[in-house]
Design a protein around this ligand. Structure first.
Ligand code: S3P
Length: 184
Protein backbone atom coordinates (compact mmCIF):
# COMPACT_ATOMS: atom_id res chain seq x y z
CA UNK A 1 0.00 0.00 0.00
CA UNK A 2 1.37 3.45 -0.88
CA UNK A 3 1.03 6.10 1.77
CA UNK A 4 -0.04 9.59 0.76
CA UNK A 5 2.42 12.32 1.51
CA UNK A 6 1.20 14.94 3.93
CA UNK A 7 0.31 18.42 2.75
CA UNK A 8 2.00 20.79 5.20
CA UNK A 9 1.26 24.49 5.64
CA UNK A 10 3.91 26.77 7.11
CA UNK A 11 4.12 30.55 7.32
CA UNK A 12 3.95 33.46 9.70
CA UNK A 13 1.07 34.07 12.13
CA UNK A 14 -2.01 35.35 10.36
CA UNK A 15 -1.24 33.88 6.96
CA UNK A 16 -4.28 31.60 7.29
CA UNK A 17 -2.61 28.22 7.79
CA UNK A 18 -5.34 26.78 10.02
CA UNK A 19 -8.33 28.17 8.08
CA UNK A 20 -6.86 27.17 4.72
CA UNK A 21 -5.74 23.79 6.08
CA UNK A 22 -9.24 22.97 7.28
CA UNK A 23 -10.71 23.79 3.85
CA UNK A 24 -8.03 21.76 2.06
CA UNK A 25 -8.64 18.76 4.30
CA UNK A 26 -12.37 18.89 3.55
CA UNK A 27 -11.80 19.17 -0.17
CA UNK A 28 -9.22 16.38 -0.26
CA UNK A 29 -11.16 14.13 2.10
CA UNK A 30 -8.18 14.05 4.46
CA UNK A 31 -7.77 14.44 8.19
CA UNK A 32 -6.70 17.91 9.33
CA UNK A 33 -4.11 18.22 12.11
CA UNK A 34 -3.08 21.53 13.64
CA UNK A 35 0.28 21.23 15.42
CA UNK A 36 -0.70 24.00 17.86
CA UNK A 37 -3.81 22.03 18.84
CA UNK A 38 -1.71 18.88 19.36
CA UNK A 39 0.54 20.89 21.70
CA UNK A 40 -2.42 22.32 23.63
CA UNK A 41 -4.12 18.94 23.95
CA UNK A 42 -0.94 17.24 25.12
CA UNK A 43 -0.21 20.00 27.66
CA UNK A 44 -3.89 20.35 28.64
CA UNK A 45 -3.24 24.10 28.56
CA UNK A 46 -3.58 26.95 26.10
CA UNK A 47 -0.58 28.30 24.17
CA UNK A 48 -0.55 31.61 26.12
CA UNK A 49 -0.54 29.57 29.32
CA UNK A 50 2.38 27.40 28.13
CA UNK A 51 4.37 30.53 27.20
CA UNK A 52 3.62 32.03 30.61
CA UNK A 53 4.55 28.94 32.63
CA UNK A 54 7.38 27.43 30.53
CA UNK A 55 8.59 30.34 28.42
CA UNK A 56 9.20 30.21 24.67
CA UNK A 57 11.86 27.51 25.16
CA UNK A 58 9.35 25.22 26.84
CA UNK A 59 6.87 25.86 24.05
CA UNK A 60 9.49 25.09 21.36
CA UNK A 61 10.34 21.76 23.03
CA UNK A 62 6.67 20.83 23.02
CA UNK A 63 6.39 21.97 19.40
CA UNK A 64 9.35 19.74 18.44
CA UNK A 65 7.68 16.72 20.09
CA UNK A 66 4.36 17.48 18.39
CA UNK A 67 6.02 17.75 14.97
CA UNK A 68 7.71 14.38 15.53
CA UNK A 69 4.33 12.80 16.37
CA UNK A 70 2.46 14.36 13.45
CA UNK A 71 5.13 13.66 10.83
CA UNK A 72 5.16 9.98 11.80
CA UNK A 73 1.72 9.88 10.17
CA UNK A 74 0.72 10.19 6.50
CA UNK A 75 -2.22 11.31 4.38
CA UNK A 76 -2.82 14.41 6.49
CA UNK A 77 -3.24 18.11 5.91
CA UNK A 78 -1.03 19.71 8.58
CA UNK A 79 -1.07 23.31 9.80
CA UNK A 80 1.97 24.40 11.81
CA UNK A 81 2.69 27.32 14.12
CA UNK A 82 4.47 30.35 12.67
CA UNK A 83 7.75 29.56 14.43
CA UNK A 84 7.99 25.90 13.47
CA UNK A 85 10.92 26.44 11.07
CA UNK A 86 13.10 27.89 13.86
CA UNK A 87 14.10 24.29 14.64
CA UNK A 88 15.91 22.72 11.66
CA UNK A 89 14.80 19.30 12.88
CA UNK A 90 11.20 20.32 12.32
CA UNK A 91 11.93 21.33 8.72
CA UNK A 92 13.69 18.02 8.11
CA UNK A 93 10.75 16.00 9.47
CA UNK A 94 8.13 18.07 7.66
CA UNK A 95 10.00 17.79 4.34
CA UNK A 96 10.36 14.04 4.73
CA UNK A 97 6.68 13.57 5.52
CA UNK A 98 5.17 15.67 2.76
CA UNK A 99 4.90 18.65 0.47
CA UNK A 100 5.44 21.99 2.21
CA UNK A 101 3.66 25.14 1.14
CA UNK A 102 4.57 28.48 2.70
CA UNK A 103 1.72 30.99 2.98
CA UNK A 104 2.91 34.62 3.03
CA UNK A 105 1.38 37.99 3.95
CA UNK A 106 2.63 41.54 4.39
CA UNK A 107 3.04 42.95 7.92
CA UNK A 108 -0.12 45.10 7.54
CA UNK A 109 -2.19 42.10 6.46
CA UNK A 110 -0.87 40.12 9.43
CA UNK A 111 -1.69 43.04 11.73
CA UNK A 112 -5.26 43.27 10.42
CA UNK A 113 -5.79 39.53 10.83
CA UNK A 114 -4.19 38.82 14.23
CA UNK A 115 -2.80 42.09 15.65
CA UNK A 116 -5.31 42.23 18.49
CA UNK A 117 -5.46 38.53 19.25
CA UNK A 118 -4.55 37.86 22.91
CA UNK A 119 -3.87 34.23 21.98
CA UNK A 120 -0.64 35.20 20.16
CA UNK A 121 1.79 35.61 23.08
CA UNK A 122 4.64 36.79 20.84
CA UNK A 123 2.57 39.82 19.75
CA UNK A 124 1.94 41.08 23.28
CA UNK A 125 3.83 43.73 25.21
CA UNK A 126 4.59 46.30 22.53
CA UNK A 127 3.48 47.84 19.28
CA UNK A 128 2.13 44.82 17.33
CA UNK A 129 3.16 46.15 13.90
CA UNK A 130 6.78 46.65 15.04
CA UNK A 131 6.83 43.21 16.62
CA UNK A 132 5.42 41.64 13.43
CA UNK A 133 7.99 43.47 11.27
CA UNK A 134 10.86 42.42 13.55
CA UNK A 135 9.85 38.75 13.70
CA UNK A 136 9.20 38.61 9.96
CA UNK A 137 12.61 40.12 9.20
CA UNK A 138 14.34 37.60 11.48
CA UNK A 139 12.47 34.65 10.03
CA UNK A 140 12.50 35.75 6.37
CA UNK A 141 15.32 33.34 5.35
CA UNK A 142 13.49 30.42 6.96
CA UNK A 143 10.25 31.07 5.10
CA UNK A 144 12.16 31.85 1.87
CA UNK A 145 13.82 28.44 2.04
CA UNK A 146 10.49 26.85 1.09
CA UNK A 147 10.23 26.61 -2.69
CA UNK A 148 6.44 26.66 -2.89
CA UNK A 149 5.17 30.11 -1.80
CA UNK A 150 1.57 31.34 -1.90
CA UNK A 151 0.87 35.04 -1.15
CA UNK A 152 -2.42 35.45 0.68
CA UNK A 153 -2.89 39.25 0.79
CA UNK A 154 -6.38 40.24 -0.32
CA UNK A 155 -7.51 36.62 -0.66
CA UNK A 156 -10.09 34.68 1.31
CA UNK A 157 -9.14 31.32 2.83
CA UNK A 158 -11.20 29.64 0.09
CA UNK A 159 -9.28 31.45 -2.63
CA UNK A 160 -5.94 30.51 -1.08
CA UNK A 161 -7.11 26.89 -0.83
CA UNK A 162 -8.00 26.98 -4.57
CA UNK A 163 -4.44 28.00 -5.41
CA UNK A 164 -2.83 25.44 -3.14
CA UNK A 165 -5.05 22.68 -4.47
CA UNK A 166 -4.38 23.53 -8.12
CA UNK A 167 -0.63 23.22 -7.55
CA UNK A 168 -0.84 20.21 -5.26
CA UNK A 169 -2.97 18.11 -7.61
CA UNK A 170 -0.67 18.79 -10.57
CA UNK A 171 2.52 18.11 -8.62
CA UNK A 172 1.67 14.94 -6.72
CA UNK A 173 2.28 11.68 -8.53
CA UNK A 174 -0.67 9.83 -10.01
CA UNK A 175 -0.86 7.12 -7.34
CA UNK A 176 -0.87 9.72 -4.58
CA UNK A 177 -3.43 11.93 -6.21
CA UNK A 178 -6.56 12.37 -4.15
CA UNK A 179 -9.90 13.19 -5.68
CA UNK A 180 -10.65 16.84 -4.84
CA UNK A 181 -14.25 17.44 -3.91
CA UNK A 182 -16.08 20.65 -3.19
CA UNK A 183 -18.01 20.75 0.02
CA UNK A 184 -21.24 22.68 -0.58
C1 S3P B 1 4.01 31.29 16.96
C2 S3P B 1 2.85 31.17 16.21
C3 S3P B 1 1.62 30.60 16.75
C4 S3P B 1 1.92 29.65 17.91
C5 S3P B 1 2.78 30.34 18.93
C6 S3P B 1 4.11 30.80 18.36
C7 S3P B 1 5.23 31.88 16.34
O1 S3P B 1 0.92 29.89 15.75
O2 S3P B 1 2.55 28.49 17.46
O3 S3P B 1 2.06 31.41 19.46
O4 S3P B 1 6.32 31.70 16.88
O5 S3P B 1 5.09 32.52 15.27
P1 S3P B 1 0.14 30.63 14.52
O6 S3P B 1 1.16 30.85 13.44
O7 S3P B 1 -0.90 29.64 14.12
O8 S3P B 1 -0.43 31.89 15.05
Amino acid sequence: MTSQRNLVLVGFMGTGKSAVGRILAQRLGREFVDVDTVIETDAARSIPCIFKEEGEDGFRKRERDAVRLVTARSGLVVATGGGVLLDPGNLRDLETSGEIVCLTATPTTVLARVGNDPNRPLLQGGDPLSIIRGLLAKRAPLYASIAWQVPTDGLTADEVADQVLAHFTTHTTAHEQPTPRRIP
